[in-house]
Write a protein that binds this ligand. Structure first.
Ligand SMILES: Nc1nc2c(c(=O)[nH]1)N[C@H]1C(S)=C(S)[C@@H](COP(=O)(O)O)O[C@H]1N2
Ligand SMILES: [Mo]
Length: 523
């Protein structure tokens, strides 16, 4: 006698439903962090602190400073990646929600502790708010996971016991899951936009940039202007919106200039502390300086020329009194980034500056508001600290951010030239074609730029006017393009008479070398 077929026994394992509960729980934890961080809207959240820690750790293995990873889109990708990884871990925990709820609690507890550790080492995260956010996030995460998993498991059991209630589990999962997801999205959306608006208000520029006295005249008849303008050549002064941006921050720091101060300390006779007003009340000067990133590959655009407004670092150092034995000037930003350069480079007569303005306007947040350093002739990674909070006179024992990560202690900019037009692989029509671009060797200046087509002779290009040797120079050469494939290369000779090396070197550890070379087809 065959036994009655009994209904499927309820699964003891919750399986993928638990995974879904856990993923939603992790998302709820992240959303809670966002909401609690409203208590300190201008600071970094636990999630952002984790992103920053990741960047710092990962930076060590980067051959190129920040270029790929720290681009705007990649930072968003990192944030989304953090959320996905958290949800995967949450899913893994959620699958154990019924049999071993303790695992879920411990898992989210570990999450919270990790978050606190990350926030502790982030200089822009408020410690009490981070602890609160992490603990609340962990508790909500575990709570949501366990609650959803239990509710869904119960619905399944009921469904298994009472066949007339088929579909109950599916409906419960859809409704609860949908409500949970909606609450999370609304919570995150609200918290993000509220924080963003507080940040924008806090970062409001409080005082208009006073008029500055130009130290040199910026020529108006540059090769990008007027009726004779060469189309496609880099403008002599790079518009602020087009100026490259490189930094290690996950989010641009928000600095309230009304409470911000800059301290000059370390090996000085008198420690100086300046407010934003103190700086703006001084006699400001405006100096055009070409700034460049050490990560710039030959032919690339991590370089720009701007008119910087500020005061001479040399004047500040004189007031503070540099002590004997001081070797290095270390700038530190509000988020803890550091960059150091030799004391001599601020005192040898070049215009090393404390900067508050760029191209006639208040320094934009992305470029270091309220103040940054700019030192002619040095790569940004050893000199151009943005969101500056401290200038320390110290020895070489102290190392700036990128030095232990494999970059050279000294970072003088190497003489470099670039072809802007024609483009690589461009198809041209036979006839007279301008070959044009820029070349730079800040502090030394450019004496000559030479262009070679195929195996022909090196021909001297015509140089545009410049304001000083601290800036790049525009150059151009009319070329009689004949049908066929051609290769064009450029080299510069600096103010010391030294020709740019053709030897190819990668950016690490102290800047790329080689000649920018392009191929064109003339039809
Ligand atoms: N606080 C801070 N300042 C910084 C950096 C940074 O990561 N953090 N990067 C430096 C590097 S590597 C360069 S090349 C320049 C770039 O300045 P910009 O973004 O204004 O072009 O800033 C420098 N100052
Ligand atoms: Mo850089």
């Amino acid at each position: 006698m065959a036994p009655e077929p009994s209904p499927e026994p309820p699964k003891s394992k919750i399986g993928w439903l638990g995974a879904l509960a856990g993923a939603l729980g992790a998302a709820a934890a992240l959303a809670t962090i966002e909401v609690v961080t409203l208590l300190d809207s201008t600071g970094d959240s636990v999630t952002e602190a984790t992103g920053n820690a990741f960047i710092d750790a990962f930076a060590a293995s980067l051959k190129e400073i920040a270029v790929e990873l720290f681009g705007k889109n990649d930072k968003a990708a990192l944030l989304i990646g953090t959320a996905i990884v958290s949800m995967l871990i949450g899913a893994w925990l959620g699958m154990r929600a019924i049999e071993r709820p303790v695992t879920v609690m411990v898992g989210f507890g570990v999450f919270a502790v990790l978050g606190i550790v990350m926030a502790w080492r982030d200089q822009l995260a408020s410690k009490p708010v981070s602890v609160l956010a992490a603990v609340a996030g962990g508790a909500v995460g575990a709570g949501v996971t366990l609650w959803l998993a239990r509710t869904w498991q119960r619905a399944r059991t009921i469904e298994a016991d009472q066949p007339e209630r088929a579909g109950l589990a599916r409906r419960t999962v859809l409704i609860d899951g949908g409500i949970a997801a909606a609450v999370l999205l609304i919570g995150v959306g609200f918290a993000r936009s509220a924080r963003e608006s507080v940040r924008t208000t806090a970062a409001k520029v409080t005082r208009k940039l006073p008029t500055a006295k130009p130290t040199v005249t910026v020529p108006s008849d540059t090769l990008d202007k007027g009726a004779e303008a060469i189309e496609g050549i880099s403008p002599y002064v790079t518009p602020t919106d087009d100026f490259y941006r490189i930094d290690t921050v996950f989010r641009v720091p928000v600095v309230d200039a009304s409470t911000w101060t800059l301290t000059i300390k370390g090996m000085v006779d008198r420690e100086l502390t300046l407010t934003y007003d103190d700086i703006l009340d001084r006699d400001l000067i405006e100096v055009p300086i070409t700034m460049m990133c050490v990560s710039n590959e030959i032919g690339n655009h991590l370089v720009g020329n701007a008119r910087w407004t500020g005061i001479l670092l040399a004047d500040l150092l004189e007031e503070a009194g540099v002590q004997k034995g001081a070797e290095q000037i270390m700038g530190e930003s509000v988020d803890g980034f550091t960059a150091g350069f030799p004391v001599e480079t601020a005192l040898d007569g070049r215009d090393a500056m404390l900067v508050v303005g760029m191209n006639g306007h208040t320094l934009p947040a992305e470029h270091g508001y309220p103040a940054r350093l700019v030192v002619p002739g040095l790569y940004g990674y050893v000199s151009a600290t943005k969101w500056l909070k401290e200038i320390r006179l110290t020895t070489w024992d102290e190392q700036g951010f990128w030095i232990p990560r494999g970059w050279s202690r000294l970072g003088p900019i190497k003489t470099t030239s670039r072809i802007d037009v024609p483009h690589n692989s461009e198809e041209l029509v036979a006839g007279t074609v301008p070959i044009a671009g820029v070349a730079w060797a800040p502090t030394k200046g450019i004496e000559r730029v030479e262009v070679q087509v195929d195996d022909g002779p090196w021909q001297a290009a015509t140089l545009g006017p410049t304001a000083s040797d601290d800036t790049w120079v525009q150059w151009w050469l009319p070329w009689e393009a004949t049908a066929g494939q051609h290769q064009i290369r450029v080299r510069a000779v600096d103010g010391d008479g030294r020709t740019q090396t053709a030897e190819i070197a990668a950016p690490a550890p102290d800047g790329a070398t080689g000649l920018h070379t392009i191929d064109v087809t003339v039809g």
